[in-house]
Structures are given as structure tokens and as C-alpha cells.
Design a protein around this ligand. Structure first.
Ligand SMILES: NC(=O)c1ccc[n+]([C@@H]2O[C@H](COP(=O)([O-])OP(=O)(O)OC[C@H]3O[C@@H](n4cnc5c(N)ncnc54)[C@H](OP(=O)(O)O)[C@@H]3O)[C@@H](O)[C@H]2O)c1
Length: 289
């Protein structure tokens, strides 16, 4: 069994760390807000004093942080991962940060440190049950070495060289915002044309967004969107998708428009709610904060 460090114990990282403990690995944890490590430490994890210390102790370091800025701080700070990693360390970057952040990460790590980008699809429920989809980018041999360990977290898929995992994750997430925007606008149109909501949901049930309409209906009807993926993080992802399209010279006017809904929902004070509350913003039924 490996010694694994998990850096970033938010909604996702804490659950992934719990899975690794359950699988029998020695676990080292570090979180900016140390109190969040308490439950894992009570279950047998060791709390490191800094990301550098966590990296010194571990064979595999997993980062699960809010985004590129957090990753930069945790890696490049004076007590950061780069200060503690050696040529026997592998870093698996599992947050959603986009390909440029992965390139920067590669440049900041000491020579010889193994690096994989391995972001995940699925949310807190899938993190808890070990059923995430994991898009692994990096050298074949290094990816294969860690596949069994990733198996404790979900289904890993090697998608190409370093950066391919981050690219795959943006492709996946580019669909999320568009689908919610289309659903929200269809409901707003139904309201505008005077169709009762239950009729609108029944109509939408038979369309290409039917599965989403059925899944989101209880939350929309109650304006209660249980927090799984914060809208502020969705905003970050929508920015990453649009920036990636621009840098690749790919036209994505629909993604840009869907991003605008997420931006508007955040400006309306919904940043701390689940990202699906964008639906209530589009239909004009959201309560603030
Ligand atoms: N939630 C989902 O459904 C989901 C699904 C797939 C992928 N993701 C991605 O997974 C990542 C984590 O998501 P999450 O839902 O777990 O987010 P979260 O609950 O908001 O946790 C964010 C983590 O980042 C840390 N952090 C933020 N800024 C930092 C900084 N400047 N320095 C050090 N640490 C910092 C936080 O530390 P503190 O505790 O100190 O704030 C916390 O540990 C994100 O990249 C997200 O896009 C999320």
C-alpha cells in the first residue's frame, strides 16, 4: 500500500481521502483551513504541517483544490509541494484547472517528479461511493502505475499525454452549462407563453433535455438546490472552457452565452449555492444567497 497525501479537503477532496483510507492506504492530509482535517485524522490520517511536509512523506500527492490560483499557492509557496517533492514522488493533480495550469505545474516541479493530470467527472455522491470518472493525462507507464490506486476513487481512463486529462475535463464540463441554460430558457419561455409548470415539465420530458428536466424538477419546484458543486466553481469552469476555446481558435458562441448565465447568477448573489441554481436565476424564481 502507498502513502498518499491529499491536499485540499473540500467537498470532493475530503471524500476522496476517506476512500483512500478505506482502501488501506496510509494517508497524509493538508488543508488551508486545518479544522477540516479533523474527521480524517480521527480515522487514522496524519496531518502534515505544510504541503511541502505532506509531499516529503508521500509516494503519491493528490491535489483537489478550488482552481488554478489555489494550486499555484499550494505548489509554489515557500512551504509548497515543489519544496518537498523528490524524484520518488508522483503528483496527481485532480482539481479542474485547465491545460495551462498543468503546463505551469510541470515547469514548477523539480526534475524527476512524476506528474499526472487526473481531473474527475461526478460530484460529492460519486466521490463518496468511489464512482468518479477520472481522466488521466501523462506518460503511459506512470499512469499505469497509479491506475489501481485511482480505482479506489472511481473509473480511471488514460486519455493521452500530460494535459489531456485537463482538456478532457473541460470538454465534459462544456456540456453542463449549455444543457442547464437550454433547460432554464425553455422553462422561462413556457412561463412567458403562459404554460403551467407541470405541463412544461411533461412536455420537456420527451425532448433531448428530458433527463435533465426530470432530474432537476424537484429542485426547481422547491427552489432548494442541495450544495454539491458551488456556482462560483462552475463560473471558474465556464471561464476555463471559454479561455481554452479562444486559445485553440475554436468558435463556441453557445458556451460563451451559457457562461453569461452563470456570471449573471453569481452577480445576483448565488455564488455559494449549487450551480444548478442558475436554473432559478434564468426563470426568475431564485431567492438570494
Ligand atoms: N464539487 C463537485 O461536484 C466537483 C466535481 C468535479 C470536479 N470538481 C472540482 O474539484 C475541485 C474541488 O472542488 P470542491 O467541490 O471540493 O471545492 P470546495 O469544497 O470549495 O473545496 C476547495 C478546496 O480548495 C482549498 N483552497 C481554496 N483556495 C485555496 C488557497 N488559496 N490555498 C489553499 N487551499 C485553497 C479549500 O481550502 P479551505 O477549506 O481552506 O477553504 C478547499 O480545501 C475544484 O477544482 C472543482 O472544480 C468539483
Amino acid at each position: 500500500m502507498a502513502t498518499v497525501a491529499v491536499i485540499g479537503l473540500g467537498g470532493m477532496g475530503s471524500r476522496m481521502a476517506g476512500r483512500l483510507l478505506d482502501a488501506g492506504h496510509d494517508l497524509v492530509v493538508w488543508n488551508r483551513t486545518p479544522q477540516r482535517a479533523g474527521e480524517l485524522v480521527a480515522r487514522g490520517a496524519v496531518a502534515a504541517g505544510s504541503p511541502a511536509e505532506a509531499a516529503r512523506w508521500a509516494n503519491l500527492v493528490i491535489t483537489m483544490l478550488s482552481g488554478p490560483a489555489a494550486l499555484q499557492e499550494v505548489v509554489e509557496g515557500p512551504q509548497g509541494i515543489a519544496a518537498g517533492a523528490t524524484d520518488s514522488t508522483t503528483l496527481a493533480e485532480m482539481s479542474t484547472v485547465g491545460p495551462p495550469a498543468v503546463r505551469r505545474l510541470a515547469a514548477m516541479l523539480p526534475d524527476g517528479v512524476g506528474l499526472l493530470d487526473a481531473p474527475v467527472l461526478g460530484s460529492v455522491t460519486e466521490a463518496e461511493s468511489g464512482s468518479l470518472r477520472i481522466f488521466v493525462g501523462g506518460p503511459e507507464e506512470l499512469a499505469q502505475r497509479w491506475m489501481p490506486l485511482f480505482g479506489a476513487l472511481g473509473s480511471p481512463m488514460h486519455v493521452g499525454p500530460l494535459g489531456a486529462g485537463a482538456a478532457a475535463k473541460l470538454v465534459a464540463n462544456s456540456t453542463l452549462f449549455g444543457v442547464l441554460a437550454v433547460l432554464g430558457e425553455a422553462l422561462a419561455l413556457a412561463d412567458g407563453l403562459g404554460l403551467p409548470r407541470d405541463i412544461a415539465f411533461n412536455v420537456l420530458s420527451g425532448t433531448p433535455v428530458g433527463a435533465q428536466a426530470d432530474r432537476r424538477r424537484p429542485a426547481i419546484e422547491s427552489d432548494d438546490f442541495p450544495l454539491r458543486f458551488a456556482l462560483s466553481l462552475a463560473h471558474k469552469d465556464a471561464d476555463l472552457v471559454v479561455a481554452a476555446a479562444e486559445s485553440a481558435n475554436v468558435e463556441m458562441p453557445v458556451a460563451a452565452a451559457a457562461r453569461q448565465w452563470v456570471v449573471a447568477a453569481q452577480e445576483a448573489g448565488l455564488g455559494d449555492r449549487d450551480y444548478s441554481a442558475v436554473l432559478a436565476h434564468i426563470t426568475g424564481t431564485a431567492r438570494a444567497g
